[in-house]
Design a protein around this ligand. Structure first.
Ligand code: NAD
Length: 346
């Protein structure tokens, strides 16, 4: 029997295709914008940002390449000041979830429209979820005004994404799909997105990690991240809540998701037969949690929480935080259950 649901999804324009980054100026003009601030991360992200800034010519009001993972409040404040100083009428976020996260933080305060050019598989471009961190705590919220108006997916922009970043952010995308299959707020549409996203990731992510120049697999992973983000919009449960608390402690976002995913899946799937069946079908295996563990083992990324700087003495803190969130579906996750799960992942 189909459970009651509410499906609420404002329109978003999505442009996909090799070379579509060249259309960025047209997409900015289409929204009637003439002074956008280009937001990126430093380093390789800044190179992408510079390219987009130059392509936009006089429609760009400048490049702000200072995005940082988990959007510390100070970084959000500087971004907001940069948007004001540039008299920006819109934001173009280029890069991964960190760039898009900073653009969302600015949009939350200003209402400026965002155009996203995602180059990882985090899927933030397809969600109305924003996050900010302060003093070891991550705050997330939802507001439709931070959902990018337009997303431009260009697989060619992702060919230089290192194997480890591809693997970890792909596992982050897979985690959106997996959790979307068991959240209480799921709808027929979010479940369909999640299953199709998972199917694409399972087939294409190992290919991307093996050969970053595989354009076909790169494209499949970008489309999968879009579906994953759209599926995540329905709601979150134990997996994202756990990653959220760990992220607040400063752990790297995508790697944290990748490490805990097989453990949370093993824990939850015992109580979620429908999700298990959909995952098994999408991945083409009998034991989906074991398939995710195998995928993680085959990827060139950290395998355990201890490998990414998690201090084992914080297990009790994290378990207590989760206990306060009253996660009951598909299975109750109190402090004891969470402690056990964290010890395994540690
Ligand atoms: P990221 O944006 O920090 O990018 C990872 C690294 O890859 C960075 O060093 C970046 O410069 C580099 N990079 C990105 N694109 C590149 C390219 N094409 N070529 C070479 N290098 C490239 O990491 P992420 O995993 O994409 O995002 C993590 C952040 O996103 C976290 O802050 C997380 O909270 C947030 N997030 C938010 C949502 C949401 O719905 N709000 C969803 C997922 C993730």
């Amino acid at each position: 029997m189909t459970a009651p649901f509410v499906h609420d999804a404002p329109a978003q324009r999505v442009v996909y295709g090799a070379g579509s980054a060249d259309r960025i100026a047209d997409e900015v003009a289409r929204l009637g914008l003439g002074r956008v601030l280009v937001v990126a991360t430093p380093g390789s992200g800044a190179r992408l940002g510079t390219r987009v800034h130059e392509q936009l010519a006089d429609r760009s009001a400048g490049l702000h390449a200072h995005a940082v993972m988990h959007v510390p409040r100070s970084v959000a404040r500087e971004g907001l000041a940069a948007a004001h100083a540039a008299k920006a009428d819109g934001l173009v976020a280029v890069g991964g979830g960190s760039s898009i996260g900073l653009a969302k933080a600015i949009a939350l305060e200003t209402g400026l429209p965002i155009i996203a050019l995602p180059t990882t598989y985090a899927g933030s471009e397809a969600t109305p979820i924003y996050g900010l961190t302060e003093d070891e705590r991550k705050i997330t919220g939802r507001d439709w005004k931070v959902l990018p108006r337009t997303v431009v997916y260009d697989p060619d922009l992702t060919l230089g994404l290192p194997a480890a970043v591809s693997a970890a952010s792909g596992m982050n995308g897979i985690a959106h799909c997996v959790e979307a299959l068991w959240v209480a707020e799921r709808t027929p549409i979010s479940v369909a997105y999640a299953a199709e996203g998972l199917r694409r990731f399972a087939a294409a992510l190992p290919r991307v990690v093996a050969d970053g120049q595989d354009r076909d697999a790169r494209g499949a992973c970008l489309v999968a991240s879009w579906l994953a983000g759209a599926a995540l919009t329905a709601g979150t449960a134990l997996h994202h809540k756990l990653a959220h608390v760990l992220g607040g402690l400063g752990l790297p976002h995508a790697e944290t998701h990748a490490i805990i995913l097989p453990h949370v899946s093993r824990f939850n799937l015992d109580a979620a037969p429908e999700a298990r069946a959909r995952m098994a079908e999408a991945i083409g295996v009998a034991d989906p949690a074991e398939a995710l563990a195998r995928m993680l083992r085959a990827f060139p990324i950290p395998q355990r929480l201890r490998d990414i700087g998690f201090d084992g003495r914080r297990i009790d803190f994290v378990a207590d935080e989760i206990a306060h969130m009253n996660v009951a579906l598909p299975r109750k996750a109190g402090a004891d259950e969470t402690r056990r799960l964290l010890r395994e992942a540690f």
